[in-house]
Design a protein around this ligand. Structure first.
Ligand SMILES: NC(=O)c1ccc[n+]([C@@H]2O[C@H](COP(=O)([O-])OP(=O)(O)OC[C@H]3O[C@@H](n4cnc5c(N)ncnc54)[C@H](OP(=O)(O)O)[C@@H]3O)[C@@H](O)[C@H]2O)c1
Length: 298
């Protein structure tokens, strides 16, 4: 069994598979099968989070797959109910225990908490300590804007290796991607095939589905690929790491079968042109423990 994805180099030299499997909204029951199917298909990056409630199943699937731990790049995320220095260290231990691992590949702060940025900075400093202690190979953030990153970097030592943010054709964040490139931060795309605009549409009577856009279906026809494959390839052409979620083995296989074709710069630009500048997910400015009272039990 070998991996199918190409690799991207993080700012500390660690190599990360460019494409991985996401497991947000994968039920615990579905997660073992999805992760096992993914590893069988050649995925070597799995993206979970303490808040997803399926870290245990991710760990179980890795063991069941028979793929060597050293080959699998595991990301999990610290939820905001555990921000603060000591709280973050404790939550990391709890995540590792649920995953059944002795170290992690990438640890991300799940959200900025702009109304308590001191807590966010303290959590990041805990991540820096975990990195220094060799308990995680790389650290980063998620859903941070240019301003959040600027504020964070001014108060901490380690430049985030990754910022995982919403990116799909309708919200492709060129300014943030350019900022990342200027600071050595790798852009990772959540909802890479536009899931958020379908499962949480702004207007349920007028769902926008990037997989049905004529420019995307035309490229799919041209290359003998599916619309999802075209969009995943579009991310890769941008140097962005997509982490599509599926619990269906056929789609899991489809989503990693994107390393045998490429899009031209003009084709990439044609997909870029679908950008509306409007995000589908929650505004990171508004995320805090009052607006998002969910707690992770550690
Ligand atoms: N950091 C954050 O705040 C954050 C937020 C959201 C997501 N994420 C991460 O990003 C990952 C992916 O994002 P996402 O789940 O929001 O969206 P996505 O990957 O763009 O879309 C997932 C949706 O598309 C369907 N799907 C998957 N492959 C398909 C294909 N080939 N053709 C048609 N439909 C397909 C899936 O259904 P089936 O499962 O039924 O196939 C699911 O409903 C998450 O799992 C999570 O790891 C992070």
């Amino acid at each position: 069994m070998t991996g199918k994805s190409t690799y991207l180099k993080l700012n500390n030299g660690v190599e990360m598979p460019a494409l991985g499997l996401g497991v947000f909204q994968s039920s615990p029951e579905d997660t073992v099968g999805a992760v096992e199917a993914a590893l069988e298909e050649g995925y070597r990056l799995i993206d979970t989070a303490a808040a997803y409630g399926n870290e245990r199943q991710v760990g179980e699937a890795i063991v069941r797959s028979g793929v060597d731990r050293s080959e699998v790049f595991v990301t999990t995320k610290l939820w905001i109910s555990d921000y603060g220095y000591d709280e973050a260290l404790h939550a990391f231990d709890a995540s590792l225990k649920r995953l059944g691992l002795d170290h992690l590949d990438l640890y991300l702060l799940h959200q900025p908490v702009p109304t308590d940025f001191d807590g966010t900075v303290a959590a990041y400093k805990a991540a820096e300590k975990l990195l220094a202690d060799g308990r995680v190979r790389a650290i980063g953030v998620s859903n941070q804007s240019e301003q959040h990153l600027t504020d964070l970097m001014a108060r901490t030592e380690v430049v985030p290796a990754v910022n995982q943010v919403e990116i799909h054709p309708y919200f492709n964040q060129p300014a943030l991607r350019a900022f990342h490139a200027g600071h050595g931060i790798l852009t990772q795309a959540w909802s890479p095939i536009g899931g958020i605009t379908v499962y949480r549409p702004a207007d349920p009577d007028n769902v926008r589905n990037a997989l049905r856009e004529p420019v995307v279906t035309a490229l799919a026809d041209k290359y003998g690929k599916t619309p999802a494959q075209v969009l995943l390839r579009w991310h890769l052409e941008h140097g962005v790491s997509p982490i599509p979620k599926s619990v269906r083995p056929s789609r899991i296989a489809e989503n990693i079968d994107v390393f045998d074709f490429s899009l031209t710069p003009a084709e990439v630009a044609a997909v870029d042109a679908l950008d509306t500048g409007v995000r589908g997910g929650p505004d990171p400015e508004l995320i805090n423990t009052t607006t998002h009272p969910k707690r992770v039990e550690n």
